[in-house]
Design a protein around this ligand. Sequence first.
Ligand SMILES: Nc1ncnc2c1ncn2[C@@H]1O[C@H](COP(=O)(O)OP(=O)(O)OP(=O)(O)O)[C@@H](O)[C@H]1O
Ligand SMILES: [Mg+2]
Length: 162
Amino acid sequence: MNTYETFAPEETFELARHLGERLTGGEVIALEGELGAGKTLFVKGLAAGLGAAGPVTSPTFSLLHIYEGGRLPLFHFDVYRLPSSQAIEELGYEEYFYGLGVTAVEWSDLIKEYLPKEYLLVRIAHFYREDKKEARRLELIPYGEKTEEMVEELKKNDCTGN
Ligand SMILES: Nc1ncnc2c1ncn2[C@@H]1O[C@H](COP(=O)(O)OP(=O)(O)OP(=O)(O)O)[C@@H](O)[C@H]1O
Ligand SMILES: [Mg+2]
């Protein structure tokens, strides 16, 4: 299983950073998980892995942040407040989803029908360890061959994988 458990925000960030280092462009990373699961933190880790600084533009009321200055641009959508799934068309999503950069989508379950054939689904869930410390379980579910390979590579290099 491509499941990881993290016991601190830094561990989630690090996992995402490792993934970010492996991105070559054209990837779509779909994030599912309840409020406060760690989706935004994961995207920040991806940006760090790409060598990008903070988001430089927020053209559409925070529905889309763009991280530039890294190896590849990172387009960060948060579609939680999208009035309907079709509204993503007005954001020109195709340019990002099918472009040369990397796209991350928080609350991707809301726009499922717009996701490309190949993407990486990251499911994040809260859980509590025996000592009641809050933790997160991250499930990486690849769709498509290239994404499968990426997840396998990540597994080889990360000791939190099981
Ligand atoms: N193991 C962990 N992994 C990730 N975040 C953690 C962990 N433990 C605690 N946290 C905390 O959980 C919060 C996650 O916040 P974040 O904004 O990334 O969530 P989100 O899924 O984007 O929420 P929203 O749905 O509101 O956008 C942060 O405050 C972070 O410090
Ligand atoms: Mg968020």
